[in-house]
Design a protein around this ligand. Structure first.
Ligand SMILES: *Cc1c(COP(=O)(O)O)cnc(C)c1O
Length: 429
């Protein structure tokens, strides 16, 4: 595969932008190659600057659940754009998207829109601290909640694969207010939350983890977390930036029937434009300025193009049978993928799948937390990634991520992917 133009662009980008990229994982460092630069995307196909085509299983890291360039989304953006791109003043589209989110997500009675998932999570913990008057935040090892200072403690894929334990530039004074404990360990959870010295404001969790690769919550774990936080007056935050409108229309909370106090959203609700949101109980959300004293603001928050893209996306997702069809397609693919992997690589691979996202770990498994995820052979994942990309299959350039399916993947594309994958597994064996 000829990637001359991408190579030239990457060389130039590196002189202008740190590492040549605006988000680290894109640099493909952990998979031992250079990135390709994208020219365009349509459906489940992306095309690089050398005009190579790939079947895309990254989907911009989750947002593109309808596929790229979906006509209803493009039409909505185009229509909104004709009226100007930003007002810095309220507009009706914000109300319309808010209504849809509140209607869909059980915990959300009021919602505030921001411009990224990072903004949503950092604002949600500020709110939780303001509401409780306490300062400690509990997260889980391998949980990723964006790049705000408080969360850069054992923080999942991007941080792990760069080999940075936390991050320089984050003061100890800040991270000492964050405790990270193992995912799926109820004893450790209870011991931590019941520790009277800790003054815990909030627990934040990905209800299905997605940034140490896909990891399911063990049966009963989320319920125990809900029961304990309720008893102890701790604000429970579900970070549903990936799972929101992916695990189901109402997110993982609707699927599992467990309602947190606050929810963070992003990715899908922006339909491919920059959006985040946090929402929850009226009583807590009313603490945000201007109704309350907890400050949070944004020049482009509630941007009309982003609201229009989000509304058009949710309108498609709400159609009957959308998730059944997508999950069925993805699960059938997943089953076949795992069978092929086992045939060539036996005990050296395992897979976790949650509906339309899966991770193939180059590890014996089972993978149920950060430490078990870390037993993966990342060198081998790098080899797999490079071979797959050369075969026209575009996967996440890091082991601890997901393979994302969209409504746009055709059965021909999925069959072709399995065929190519089978020969790549044979090479890896
Ligand atoms: C992507 C992600 C974020 C951060 O969202 P950005 O829009 O990249 O800032 C936060 N939490 C989770 C679970 C994510 O996957």
């Amino acid at each position: 595969m000829n990637t001359t133009v991408s190579k030239q662009l990457f060389a130039k980008a590196q002189t202008l932008i740190p590492g040549g990229v605006n988000s680290p994982v894109r640099a493909c460092k952990s998979v031992g190659c250079d990135p390709v630069f994208i020219k365009k995307a349509n459906g489940a196909t992306i095309t690089d600057m050398d005009n190579n085509q790939y079947i895309d299983f990254v989907g911009s890291w989750g947002p593109m659940i309808l596929g790229h360039n979906h006509p209803a989304v493009i039409e909505a953006i185009t229509r909104a754009m004709a009226n100007g791109t930003s007002y810095g003043a309220p507009c009706e589209l914000e109300i319309e998207l808010a209504e849809m989110v509140i209607d869909a997500v059980p915990s959300v009675e009021m919602v505030r829109f921001v411009s990224s998932g990072t903004e949503a999570t950092m604002s949600a913990i500020r709110l939780a601290r303001g509401y409780t008057g306490r300062k400690m935040i509990v997260k889980f090892d391998g949980g990723f909640h964006g790049h705000a200072d408080s969360f850069l403690v054992k923080a999942g894929s991007g941080v792990i694969t760069l080999g940075i334990p936390g991050s320089p530039g984050v003061p100890d004074d800040i991270v000492k207010n964050t405790i990270s404990i193992p995912y799926n360990n109820p004893a450790k959870l209870e011991e931590t939350l019941r520790n009277p010295d800790l003054e815990i404001a909030s627990v934040i969790i990905e209800p299905v983890a997605g940034n140490m690769g896909v990891v399911h919550p063990a049966p009963g774990f989320l319920q125990k977390l809900r029961d304990l936080t309720k008893e102890l007056g701790i604000v429970l935050i579900f970070d549903e930036v990936i799972t929101g409108f992916r695990a189901s229309y109402g997110g993982a909370q609707a699927k599992f029937g467990i309602t947190p106090d606050l929810t963070c959203l992003g990715k899908i609700i922006g339909g491919g434009l920059p959006v985040g949101a946090y929402g929850g109980k009226k009583e807590i959300m009313s603490m945000i300025a201007p109704t309350g004293p907890v400050y949070q603001a944004g020049t482009l928050s509630g941007n009309p193009l982003a609201m229009a893209a989000g509304k058009a996306t949710l309108t498609e997702l709400k159609k009957p049978g959308f998730y059944e069809a997508l999950n069925q397609k993805a699960e059938q693919f997943g089953g076949e993928l795992l069978a092929l992997a086992k045939k060539s690589l036996g005990e050296q691979v395992c897979m976790n799948q949650a509906g339309s996202v899966l991770t193939l770990f180059f590890a014996k498994g089972p993978v149920y937390d950060f430490d078990s995820a870390m037993t993966s052979d990342t060198e081998r994942y790098g080899h797999y990634y490079r071979e797959m990309r050369a075969a026209g299959i575009y996967l996440a350039p890091a082991q601890f991520e997901g393979m994302f399916f969209s409504a746009a993947h055709t059965s021909e594309q999925l069959e072709m992917t399995l065929e190519k994958t089978e020969s790549v597994f044979k090479k890896l064996a």
